[in-house]
Ligand binder design. Structure first.
Ligand SMILES: [Mg+2]
Length: 176
């Protein structure tokens, strides 16, 4: 059941800020001997991001690491803002918000580890995935039921869109 405080926070959200490893992926990184790597993304999260964009939402990914698969996956999902190699995520996200004319109250931030604490704490709606570290969960407005890389992003997108009534309109094209 959603309380009034949560509904009010969700109503202002215009941008999703997503950590990559452990949020968009399950945290596993397959490192090949030639230095390239593989990551495991979830297709329902991917389609959720497409639906979020169709509803007028903006998405950014912010990662402490730098990796080719992240760049490629972001492009596939039309994610406009890709911030990689950001060990200090607060100024990176703050700069992006300023550039877009948005404030922290417009941002839903999802994370899984201590690196995400500063941005989850500041976010209008701060989210920790189900398998996040306890230090991050303590700072979050919401902890997902789904694990990172297993539908947690989709869960939050649905939560935001359903709370504002936008989900029903998006589903119309799939009705028969
Ligand atoms: Mg992470």
């Amino acid at each position: 059941m959603m309380d009034g405080d949560q509904a009010r926070k969700l109503a202002g959200i215009r941008m999703l800020v997503l950590d990559v490893d452990g949020v968009l992926t399950d945290g596993g990184i397959i490192v090949h001997s030639d230095g390239t790597e593989s990551k495991h993304f979830h297709v329902q999260d991917g389609h959720g991001i497409k639906l979020w964009h169709r509803a007028g939402g903006i998405t950014a990914v912010v990662s402490g690491r730098t990796s080719g698969p992240t760049e490629y996956r972001a492009r596939q999902l039309d994610i406009a803002h890709v911030l990689q190699g950001q060990l200090d995520k607060l100024p990176a996200v703050e700069g992006l918000l300023r550039q877009l004319g948005l404030g922290w109250e417009h941002a839903a931030v999802m994370g899984d580890d201590v690196l995400d604490i500063p941005i989850v704490r500041r976010a209008g709606f701060g989210v920790a995935v189900a398998n996040a570290v306890s230090e991050l969960k303590a700072e979050a407005d919401f902890v997902t039921r789904h694990l990172g890389g297993h539908g947690a992003v989709r869960e939050v997108i649905e939560l935001i869109l359903k709370s504002s009534g936008r989900w029903t309109a998006l589903m119309e094209r799939y009705e028969r």
